[in-house]
Design a protein around this ligand. Structure first.
Ligand code: ADP
Ligand code: MG
Length: 227
């Protein structure tokens, strides 16, 4: 499903060049649950931006379902993101003073759907992400961290993406809440979603069934069948 061949990413700021990713090669099959782990600054977020078609590599190829993502223009990249990928971030990125339901509907706002369809899809997505119905009309800033992350997961699921990309999704959560969120990802994986999780916490990585360790922009270890 995902095939990266010698992916490199160099950031240039003035005359400073940073090699954030320096030659990464791997493939990820449909239905995998992969954790990418490594210390701060090792290139994890850069890699996630490339895998999520938010950015293109400086060199190397990235094939997603056989399509060469590195050759797509901005419009094609945004179509691909909308159709295939759901994102979950550390900071939740919810609209404050906006209901849970509206936050989840947001990605559909400019799609060809009626308000009623959006409402139904959002409710389904929230249920799927394990959010209790009594909270659907709460404002997002009136929720606990764990509830906010569930809303963000529901929003990521609204288009039924084949791939869920999560960058440090437990970074702002306590241990108990992290466990609940990670169990939610495991459940989504059991239901067939491919999950790529980025973390710097080894305990969190153990919820995946494959752990790729990156350091200084290269793969240091790739361990399958962790569970
Ligand atoms: P991680 O997510 O593992 O902490 P990042 O991918 O964010 O690592 O960063 C990898 C390296 O690339 C770091 O040295 C970081 O400072 C640098 N970097 C990341 N984004 C940019 C950018 N937009 N411009 C310049 N350097 C960047
Ligand atoms: Mg990061």
């Amino acid at each position: 499903m995902i095939e990266c061949n010698n992916i490199c990413k160099t950031y240039v700021n003035g005359d400073v060049e940073t090699n954030a990713v320096s030659g990464i090669t791997f493939r990820i099959d449909k239905g995998d649950f992969v954790a990418i782990i490594g210390p701060s600054g090792s290139g994890k977020s850069t890699l996630m931006h490339i895998l999520g078609a938010l950015d293109t590599p400086t060199s190397g190829t990235y094939l997603l379902d056989g399509q060469d993502v590195s050759k797509l223009d901005d419009d094609q990249l945004s179509d691909l993101r909308r159709n295939k990928i759901g994102f979950v971030f550390q900071a939740f990125n919810l609209l404050p003073r906006t209901t849970v339901l509206r936050n989840v509907m947001l990605p559909l706002l400019y799609s060809d759907t009626t308000e009623k369809e959006r409402d139904q899809k959002a409710r389904k997505s929230l249920e799927y992400a394990g959010m209790e119905e009594g909270k659907f009309m709460n404002l997002s800033n009136q929720l606990s961290g764990g509830q906010m992350q569930r809303v963000a997961i529901a929003r990521a699921l609204i288009n039924d993406p084949a791939i869920i990309l999560a960058d440090e999704p437990t970074g702002n959560l306590d241990t108990k809440t992290s466990r609940i969120v990670m169990e939610t990802f495991q459940e989504l994986n059991r239901r067939g979603h491919t999950i790529i999780l980025i973390t710097h916490e080894p305990e969190v990585a153990l919820y995946a069934n494959r752990v790729i360790t990156v350091r200084d922009g290269v793969i240091e270890k790739d361990v399958k069948n962790v569970r």
